[in-house]
Design a protein around this ligand. Sequence first.
Ligand code: C2O
Ligand code: CU
Ligand code: CU
Length: 511
Amino acid sequence: MRRRSFLTLGASVPLFSVFSSSGCSSSDSGPAMDSGAPLDSSTDTGADANVADTSADAIAEADVTPSLETLPALPLLKNESTTPGLFQATLRAAPIKLPFLGGTTEFWAYNGSVPGPMVVVREGDRVKIRLENGLASQPTIIHWHGLEIPPDQDGLPMSAIAAGKTFDYDFTIPEGTAGTYWYHPHPHMLTAEQAARGLAGVFLILPKGADPLPAYEEKVLMIEDLKLAADGSIADSDAKDRMNGREGNHLVINGAEKPTIAITAGTKQRWRIINACSARFFRFTIPGHKLTLVGTDGGLLGAPVEVDEVFLAPAMRAEIIVTGTGSAGSRVAVKSLSYDRGRMIGNLISLDTDLATLAYRDDAPGTSPAIPTTLRPITALAAGPKVQRIEFAEALVSGEMTFLINGKSWDMARIDWTEQVGVTTEWDVVNTGNMDHPFHAHGGSFQIVSRTIGGVTTPETLLAWRDMANTKSTETVRIRMRLPTTGLRVVHCHILEHENQGMMATFDVKA
Ligand code: C2O
Ligand code: CU
Ligand code: CU
């Protein structure tokens, strides 16, 4: 048996209660339950699940009989409406103390859980969610990352509400947008801190009709990066965090560090992976296993693609099918491979990291239906009438490093350019900086057309809907985006410290 350290033991059970004190529970029968496929069948059974005791005895016992099922299921945001097609609920952002490594840590959390409760809705649903700002003194607002909804529902910094106030969202989920999204705060200059303190959750949109994929066992993996001080509190960001983007010292999935994900040999599982970290770039892989990429930020691909690894820059999502080709009882590390994201304070090279363990159950091998060869039609967007240049740059301004778009720091009162509603817009996202900047656009999904670096242009071969496109130093990424609604939208770097420091721009979509 692999010897597990104290830290790993503490972390092999959920670090936090992912169950809120306000009635959210993974057994709530929300929309997820009638989807035909349980969203996550991992349950915390067995002695491991509730270990509060970190005595030597407890460690020794856990060492001998590790639970195979330690990936915590995300709590669901309970639908309080009984009207079909209406999802109604409240998200309260507030400080809360949660158990961590034998002590307690003060997080800022939605409904008392880290990550926040998972919202599960269907295409066509009307969503009425009340945000309550229970933070001590900061304004906040929720941005529904990737959703194609009107600007006044999008949670722009301009919509932020003061501490003690509420905001009532009311929007409809557009057809054809089923996929894996997430939500996080977006107040001006405070997004990075609020996310780092625990405010973020998963937002799943299920298809209105039948899901093109068979009902495989399903897991949702929300990856977050916690930076904790020696006393267990969430560390403040330092100058290096602000420049490089904050990297923590505890990578957690659904609140658990290096969890074990159980699989039955011979079966397939559908994993929805969300990179909710501010500055971690993953090359997600399971050694000895082929992965099948079936979806990106904006939902399913046209057709599945076999891959060895999946690249996930901050805020990106992927849906993959994991085929259990290992043998019963075996274990394999789920890893992120080394990645070089450029230079800022030092070289930003991450090493191979173990994220989780894939553990084969001891039961008899099973089978799963084959992955369909086509998933849904995706039409390539045609070229737009103009090409808008969006340049990410880093610059020293009177001794301070600043992060700019088209030479400017974000100004809430300024509109940087205009677009026309219903017309495909074509953008060249140019990175003249020294490090990767993951580009994000609000208001819907785009397609990547090509990448140019060192004078060589490589057309994108994967036809996919995205709201994220990583840009490497000296690279230009050309994208095409549909703009279905009028109003103000923003683009920004999704290293949240860079966004905080001005690497954001506003465009106005005109009628
Ligand atoms: Cu997740 Cu404006 O971003
Ligand atoms: Cu967004
Ligand atoms: Cu950046």
